[in-house]
Design a protein around this ligand. Structure first.
Ligand code: MV4
Length: 445
C-alpha cells in the first residue's frame, strides 16, 4: 500500500478523499492555494503544503509545485479528485517518470477518452452502442455527404470538447457549413483544436451514465447507472440512481456490455461511460476517466466506497469484490448545493454566518464548509452535496424534502431553495424529465 497520498484538489472532494485515506490508515498531504489556508481538508490532513496564489493555474494546476510538494513530504501517490489535473494525461506521465503513482487510469486511456472522436471509435470497437455520426470532418464535400447519410438534424461537435462547448445543431443542409464554421471557431478558441465531427441530433434524450471500476488486468465491474438529466448550462444539478426511466432488463444489458468492454480495454480505476437515452436506446457520447462529483449516489445504492477502490486498484491490490457481489439497494438522489442565487445562479461567495446541515437515517452531506468559513470567489460554486438514500424513490423524495427543511446556510445565497421547489414538482415526482426539462422549468414553462 502507499505510504503517503497527496490530494491534488480542494473543497468537498479533497475532504472526501482524505476521509478514505484516514480509514485506510494512509497519511495524507493536503495542498492548497493561499485562498484555501482555512479549508477543512487542510485542517484535518496530517500535513499540508501551500502551493501558490489563488488562481488555479498557479496552484491546483501547477504541476511543478505539486511535484515539489510530493518530494518534500515523501508522498508516493497522488489522488487528483475531479476537475483540475484529474484528466491530464501529461500529469499522469510526469508523476510516473518521478516514480509517483497517479491514482487513476493510464495516461494512454486518459488521452484516448480526451479525444471525443477517438473515444467513440474505441467504444464502437469494444461493442458499445454509439450515436450514428462521422469521424473528423475533412472538407465541405465530406461534411455534406456525411450529414446526408446521418440524416438531419445533425449536431456538430468539437473533438477536443465535452461539457457542451463548441456544439452547433444544423437542422437543414443549407445551414450545415455555417454551423461547422461556427463550431470550428469556438473549438479553436476554447481548446486550440478546431477538429469537429457530426452526430445525429437527439432532441429529447436523458443523460444516463454507467459507473465502472477496472482492475487494469482485464477485469471490470459496473455499479449500475446514474440519471443526470437534470442540468443547467451543462452543469448537473440533481443526480439519481437507479434511473426512473429504465428497468432491470435494460440496465443489465447496457451495464454488462460496458463492464465487458472496459475489462477488454484493460481499464484501471474508476470511470464513467456517458450515454444519451432516447426511445429505449442507449447511445455512447463520452467517457470520463475520473471520479465524478455524483459518485455518492452510486455508493449509496451499492455500499461500495469508490475512493477506497480507486486507491486499492492503483496500489495493485485489485477490486475488493466481484460483479456477482454487487446488489443495487434502494434509491439515492444527490442535490448539488452551490453558493449561488437560487433564481439568477449568480455566484454568492462570502462568509457563512450560520450553518446547520441535516442528518438522520439515509442522509449524507459531503461538504468542506463550516460555520464561520469564508467561501473564496476564485473557484467553482459547489459548496456541498446532499445525498439521500431510502428504500424506494418515493421515500427518497420524502426524506429529501425533510432534509432540505433542516438545512440552514446563512450569510450567503445557496441553491437549497431550488431543491425545495424541485422536490414538490409533479414531473420530478413521476421521474418524467429529459435533459431540457430543468432549463424549460426555470424559464417558467
Ligand atoms: C448530444 C445531444 C443531442 N444529440 N449529442 C452536451 C454535452 C456533451 N457532453 C454532449 N451533449 C449533448 N450531446 C447528440 N447526438 C445533446 C447534448 C446535450 C446534453 C447532454 C447531456 C446532458 C445535458 C445536455 C444539455 C444539452 C445538450
Amino acid at each position: 500500500m502507499f505510504s503517503k497520498i497527496l490530494i491534488a484538489n480542494r473543497g468537498e472532494i479533497a475532504l472526501r478523499v482524505l476521509r478514505a485515506c484516514k480509514e485506510l490508515g494512509i497519511p495524507a498531504v493536503a495542498v492548497h492555494s493561499t485562498a484555501d489556508a482555512e479549508a477543512m481538508h487542510v485542517r484535518l490532513a496530517e500535513e499540508s503544503v501551500c502551493i501558490g496564489p489563488p488562481a488555479a493555474r498557479e496552484s491546483y494546476l501547477n504541476i511543478p509545485q505539486i511535484l515539489a510538494a510530493c518530494e518534500i513530504t515523501g508522498a508516493d501517490a497522488v489522488h487528483p479528485g475531479y476537475g483540475f489535473l484529474s484528466e491530464n494525461a501529461r500529469f499522469a506521465e510526469i508523476l510516473a517518470a518521478h516514480k509517483i503513482t497517479f491514482i487513476g487510469p493510464t495516461a494512454e486511456h486518459i488521452r484516448i477518452m480526451g479525444d471525443k472522436i477517438e473515444a467513440k471509435r474505441t467504444a464502437k470497437r469494444l461493442g458499445i452502442p454509439v450515436v450514428p455520426g462521422s469521424e473528423g470532418i475533412t472538407s465541405d464535400a465530406h461534411a455534406q455527404k456525411a450529414a446526408g447519410e446521418i440524416g438531419f438534424p445533425v449536431l456538430v461537435k468539437a473533438a477536443a470538447g465535452g461539457g457542451g462547448r463548441g456544439m452547433k445543431v444544423a437542422y437543414t443542409p443549407e445551414v450545415l457549413l455555417e454551423a461547422i464554421a461556427t463550431a470550428r471557431a469556438e473549438a479553436k478558441a476554447a481548446f486550440g483544436d478546431d477538429t469537429v465531427y457530426l452526430e445525429k441530433y437527439l432532441d429529447k434524450p436523458r443523460h444516463i451514465e454507467i459507473q465502472v471500476l477496472g482492475d487494469g488486468k482485464g477485469y471490470a465491474v459496473h455499479l449500475g447507472e446514474r440519471d443526470c438529466s437534470l442540468q443547467r448550462r451543462h452543469q448537473k444539478v440533481w443526480e439519481e440512481a437507479p434511473s426512473p426511466a429504465i428497468d432491470e432488463k435494460a440496465r443489465k444489458k447496457i451495464a454488462t456490455t460496458v463492464a465487458k468492454a472496459m475489462g477488454d480495454l484493460g481499464y484501471s480505476g474508476a470511470g464513467t461511460i456517458e450515454f444519451l437515452y432516447q426511445d429505449g436506446e442507449f447511445y455512447f457520447i463520452e467517457m470520463n476517466t475520473r471520479l465524478q462529483v455524483e459518485h455518492p449516489v452510486t455508493e449509496a445504492i451499492t455500499g461500495v466506497d469508490l475512493v477506497k477502490e480507486q486507491i486499492r486498484v492503483a496500489a495493485g491490490l485489485g477490486i475488493s469484490f466481484r460483479q456477482e457481489d454487487v446488489k443495487l439497494k434502494g434509491h439515492a438522489i444527490e442535490c448539488r448545493i452551490n453558493a449561488e442565487d437560487p433564481r439568477t445562479f449568480a455566484p454568492s461567495p462570502g462568509r457563512i454566518t450560520y450553518y446547520h446541515p441535516p442528518g438522520g437515517l439515509g442522509v449524507r452531506v459531503d461538504s468542506g464548509v463550516y460555520q464561520g468559513y469564508k467561501i473564496p470567489p476564485y473557484y467553482d460554486s459547489l459548496i456541498g452535496k446532499l445525498i439521500i438514500h431510502a428504500p424506494t424513490r418515493q421515500e427518497c423524495l420524502a426524506r429529501l424534502r425533510r432534509a432540505l427543511d433542516e438545512f440552514v446556510v446563512d450569510g450567503i445565497s445557496s441553491t437549497v431553495p431550488l431543491f425545495r421547489s424541485l422536490v414538490d414538482n409533479v414531473d420530478i415526482a413521476h421521474g418524467d424529465y429529459d435533459i431540457h426539462w430543468l432549463e424549460k422549468h426555470l424559464a417558467g414553462e
